[in-house]
Structure formats: C-alpha cells, structure tokens
Design a protein around this ligand. Structure first.
Ligand SMILES: C[S@@+](CC[C@H](N)C(=O)[O-])C[C@H]1O[C@@H](n2cnc3c(N)ncnc32)[C@H](O)[C@@H]1O
Length: 283
C-alpha cells in the first residue's frame, strides 16, 4: 500500500463502525450545514441530473435521494461503504457506489452536473490537493458545480498553552461532542504550518505528560472523562490518521485557481464555522 494512502485514507477502516458515535459536528455535518447542502442541491436541481459524492457521507446521500438525483459515490474503503450503508435512513436502488481512490479512478470526463464532498481535501496529502481539484474538474460537465466544506486552521491559535486549553474544557459537559472539540483544539494547538499536518500522535505526546498511572487525574471529573474518549478513541484507534489543513485564506486562493467561488456559508449552529466554511463553486 502506498505510504500516503496508509496515513490519509486507510485509517478510516479502523473506525468505520464507530464513526456514528464518535464523529459529531463540526467534523460531521451540523444541522445547519445539512440544511444549506440541501438548499444548494435543490437550487441546482433541474430535471434528471447526475451527482458524484466523494465519500459515502449519509447526510449528503439522503439529501440527493430526496431530490431524486442520479447518484454515484466513490470511496476507497469498503469498511466505510458498509458502515455508512447501515447508518443511511433511506436507500436508493439506483445509487452506484464505486470502491476506488478519488485520485485514480475510472470515472469518465465531463460526466457529472455536481460533485459534492464534505471536508474531502483534508483527506489527501498536501502535494495532492491540486490533483484532487483537477480530478473534480475533469469529471464535472462544463459549468458543473462543486459543493464542499473544508477544515482549516485559524492563523491565530485560540490557546497559547495546553493548561489554558484544558482549563477551558474542564468547564464543559462530558459528551462525544466535547471530546471531538477537544481533539480539534489539540490539532490546532499542535499545528505546524510547515508540514500542514493534523495528527493524533502530537496531541497524544502532549497529553501523555498528564497521565498518572494510566489515567487522567484532573480535579474536574468531566475533563477526565472527556480526555478518556480523546485518548482511547482518537489517540489509539485513529492514531495513524493524518489530516492536512490549510489556512482559510490560503485555501480560498488555491480554490480560485480551479473554480469560481459563487457562495460561501458559515453555519450558525456551532463555534467552528469560520474554520469549517461551506463553498458553492462553479467550474
Ligand atoms: C468524505 S471524507 C470526510 C467526512 C467527514 N466530514 C469527516 O471528516 O469526518 C471521509 C471519507 O472519505 C474516504 N476517503 C478518504 N480518502 C479517500 C480517497 N483518497 N479516495 C476515496 N475515498 C477516500 C474515507 O474512506 C471516508 O469514508
């Protein structure tokens, strides 16, 4: 297996059956983002048109089914295809799911009216971002639309020290959402703009220093429980995964080389929408 696929795409296999529990907004599509995806898809739906989904994200497929799109999905991991099928609330008998790499695939040129994929760019190596954008352009019809959301890193890190970061989370309720937000913050805290990597190994090293006899022992019981999830799931099961994150302005510049930006949306229902904006783009 190629080295980059081992760290960017294959780790999804390990967590496929746990995705529905551990992936909450803002990693997963929030309600408001879901509403916006549906609105944009409704807006461009004229007659029988073809959509390509990058990945097998259930919310996107359900929206396309409701609008009677012809749907093709492409995902490299069989495990994710099966796991997401079991989460889908409605199924389409006509949907085609292709088990292939976005970067090397058998899709024909000029085939789709719309390509849609939630936070896909962070799943390919930094050097392959342009290649993915070119692939999307290649399979889109002239004037085709690309709809996506991306993860980015704020130029100013919100927490200067790990103690301040953990203190902030000690006041949070214990749930999977708090755990995911803590993971997000740890990745931002550890981010190095030289390599653009969002890893779980760096956060793990940072947290390791707070372990006492294989446990977290903060005064806040909630913080200990949130950290247990971060440690046991994100820093163990998903340890080998590497995301690649840009700064938002840098990513917009890149996108403009390939697409015209027609609309940008920042969700109203979570605190990370400035760094997880949604884009409606024209080829
Ligand atoms: C659509 S992305 C991101 C979804 C979600 N918003 C998140 O970040 O949790 C996740 C999906 O992409 C798939 N994937 C990752 N890299 C891929 C690649 N190079 N080719 C095809 N599928 C890929 C994974 O198997 C997974 O099902």
């Amino acid at each position: 297996m190629e080295e980059d696929i081992k760290t960017t795409s294959a780790p999804w296999k390990q967590i496929a059956n746990m995705w529905n529990t551990y992936f909450t907004s803002p990693s997963r599509i929030s309600q408001d983002e879901n509403k916006k995806y549906k609105e944009w898809l409704r807006e461009i739906k004229k007659g029988k048109i073809k959509a390509l989904v990058l990945g097998v994200t259930p919310e996107i497929r359900e929206a396309l089914i409701a609008l009677d799109y012809e749907i093709t999905c492409i995902d490299i991991n069989k495990e994710m295809i099966l796991a997401m099928d079991s989460v889908l609330k409605v199924k389409s008998p006509n949907e085609v799911v292709i088990n292939e790499n976005w970067l090397e695939n058998s899709l024909m040129d000029n085939t789709f009216d719309v390509v849609i994929g939630d936070c896909v760019l962070s799943n390919v190596k930094w050097e392959e971002r342009d290649k993915l954008l070119l692939e999307i352009k290649r399979v889109l019809k002239p004037n085709g639309i690309f709809i996506t959301r991306f993860f980015s890193i704020p130029r100013e890190k919100p927490f200067k020290t790990i103690n301040k970061l953990l203190e902030h989370f000690s006041k949070k309720e214990f749930n999977y959402k708090s755990a995911l937000e803590l993971v997000f913050e740890l990745q931002i805290f550890c981010y190095n703009s030289e390599d653009h990597k969002g890893t779980f190994s760096e956060p793990k090293k940072v947290l390791e220093k707070f372990r006492v006899k294989n446990n977290f022992n903060f005064e806040s019981k909630n913080l200990n429980k949130i950290l247990d999830i971060v440690w046991n799931f994100w820093c163990e099961k998903y340890l080998n995964k590497i995301y690649y994150y840009p700064y938002r302005d840098e990513e917009e510049q890149r996108i403009k080389k390939f697409f015209e930006i027609l609309k940008i949306y920042e969700a109203k229902d979570h605190n990370y929408s400035k760094i997880t904006p949604m884009y409606f783009l024209k080829k």
